[in-house]
Design a binder for this molecule. Sequence first.
Ligand code: ADP
Ligand code: MG
Length: 258
Amino acid sequence: MIEVTKVSKKYGEFSALRDVDWSIREGEWWGIIGPNGSGKSTLLQLISGVDKVSSGELMIQGRHVSDYSRRELSQMLAVLQQDGLPAIHYPVRDIIEMGRYPFQDWLGRDRGNNSATIIDDIMSRLQLIDLSDRPLDELSGGQRQRVALGKVMAQEPRILLLDEPTTYLDIYYQLQFMEMVSTWRKETGITVIAVLHDLNLAAQFCDKLLVLQEGEVVGIGTPEEMLTKDNIRRVYEVDPAVVQHPVSGVPQILLSRY
Ligand code: ADP
Ligand code: MG
C-alpha cells in the first residue's frame, strides 16, 4: 500500500536520506530504528506529505503522495509525535472531537454521520471518560499522550505514523500506549509505522523493522533478524548483550558498560 522507491531527500547539499527502497503492506506494523540523525523523522515527513522527496517515488495506494490534497491525506493518515499535544487549557473531549476536522464541511458539520458515537467509543476504550471535562494542561504526560492517541483515532486513518510516541512516558504508560495502539490495529487493520528509540519495545510490538544509518537503509527484516549483537554494534556503536525475552521469546537488548 506504500511503495518507497529510490527515495532521496536533500536539505541544501546535505543528504538526509539516500536511495531508500521500502514496501509496506496494508495492516503491517513497522518500526523504524536507527541512531539520532539517521533520517527517521525525515522519512515519516515524506510519507505524511509534510515534506517532498528530492528524488525517487513515494506512492500510497497507487498514487504519488504529492497528488493527494491535504484533506485527502488527513483522511487517510494520522501523525502522532513525541509530545502529541501541547499543554493547553482545553477539555479532553473537545480535543478528541478536533480529530473529526477532516470530516467536517465548511459549516463545521460532520459528514461522517455517527461522530458522537465514534467519540464516545474512543473515550471509553482509552479510559478517558473520567477525564472528559478536565483541561489538558492539568493532566500528566501519560494521560495527555492518551488524549493525543484519541484525537488521531477520531480521525479514523488507515495509516498511523508515530514518531517516538513513548519518549516522555514512564514504563507503565509506555506499555499502555503501545497496547492501545496494538488493540486498535487488531480491530481495524490499520497500518502502523512507528519510529521507536526503545529497541525492546520495538521488538515486542513491531512485525518488521527498517534500520536506518546516516540516511541509508542498512537492514529490513523481523526483530529477530535485525536486533542481533552484530547489527547493533555496527549501527549504534555499542556492544550490547542480546537475550531472548523469557515470556515472548523476542530479542531484548541489555546494555553493557565499556
Ligand atoms: P532522526 O529522526 O533519525 O533523528 P532526522 O530525520 O530528524 O533524524 O534528521 C536527519 C538529518 O537531517 C539530521 O542530520 C538533521 O539535522 C537533518 N535535517 C532534518 N531536517 C532538516 C531541515 N529541515 N533542514 C536541514 N537539515 C535537516
Ligand atoms: Mg527524529
